[in-house]
Design a protein around this ligand. Structure first.
Ligand code: 6CM
Length: 254
């Protein structure tokens, strides 16, 4: 006998599992919205104030030179297209703490400071020292969410935001504290096969990565800019290769 389809009342998708009473609830929602708004407005306007510093075809890195009292604050942006993985998978591994040290080449150590909810936690990254500057660290919340769509058209999207915060269990006493506002936004493009099921060959992920990092105190601009030019493309290659290795023989996580 054919099973009857259950009528399930549609439930509005929760944007975050963080409780509305949580002290970080408003900040997380506001910062995520700002990233989405910024991304949408850039699609409409030509981004001629961005300098392309790396162009490898499928991977491009851009920057805007900005200095404040001699401290370089250059906003960075990268776009990267990868085959065989979904935006959900890419965002999952960028957010997941337990595998961060497997792809993060600039870190000496990292620890979870506090879990705020299923989709949000605070961590402390200790960054490898860059000569001749002092060693740095960072304390930030990481939040992952599905971007709900107003209609069914268009690609499925996910976002991860890493945003600096303060925490009593993570005082800035040992290292120079950097601050950051980082976002990774992924869109999944599916080209359905003529027949049969969707496989990884039918999937492409479009990644947009933005990073506003304040090195927090004196840092020689020429050294920092050389580090960024080398490390951002290296991070995207290493990280997407890592996601490929983790996912290629697993079921697709849509
Ligand atoms: O986004 C990335 N990683 C995330 C998870 O760890 C997180 C971290 C962002 C930190 C980015 C700051 C890197 C700055 C390193 C240099 C600072 C030293 C100053 C000394 C100057 C002479 O969002 C990937 C980050 C890839 C970094 C290239």
């Amino acid at each position: 006998e054919k099973k009857k389809k259950l009528e399930v009342p549609s439930k509005p998708e929760l944007a975050t599992s963080l409780s509305p009473d949580h002290p970080f609830y408003n900040e997380v929602n506001e910062i995520v919205s700002n990233h989405l708004r910024r991304l949408l407005s850039e699609v409409k306007e030509p981004k001629d104030d961005w300098m392309c510093i790396v162009d490898q075809g499928d991977l491009k890195v851009f920057k805007r030179e900005l200095e404040e009292n001699g401290v370089p604050l250059d906003p960075m942006k990268a776009v990267c297209t990868v085959k065989g993985m979904t935006g959900h998978e890419v965002c999952h591994y960028f957010w997941a703490f337990d595998t961060r040290m497997e792809w993060e080449a600039t870190l000496e150590a990292s620890r979870v400071v506090e879990w705020l909810s299923d989709d949000t936690f605070i961590s402390n990254n200790i960054i490898k020292r860059v000569w001749p500057a002092s060693q740095r660290d960072a304390c930030f919340w990481s939040h992952m969410r599905h971007i709900s769509k107003s209609n069914d058209e268009g690609p499925d999207s996910w976002i991860v935001v890493n945003y600096s915060c303060e925490h009593d269990d993570c005082p800035p006493t040992k290292y120079v504290r950097i601050t950051m506002n980082v976002a990774l936004i992924c869109e999944t493009i599916i080209e359905p096969p003529v027949s049969g099921n969707i496989t990884r060959d039918n999937i492409t992920c479009k990644i947009t990565y933005t990073a506003d990092v304040n090195p927090g105190g004196w840092a020689p601009a020429s050294v920092l800019r050389a580090v960024y030019k080398r490390e951002y493309p290296k991070f995207l290659r290493r990280f997407t290769t890592f996601v490929e290795e983790k996912t290629h023989n697993k079921d697709i996580m849509f």
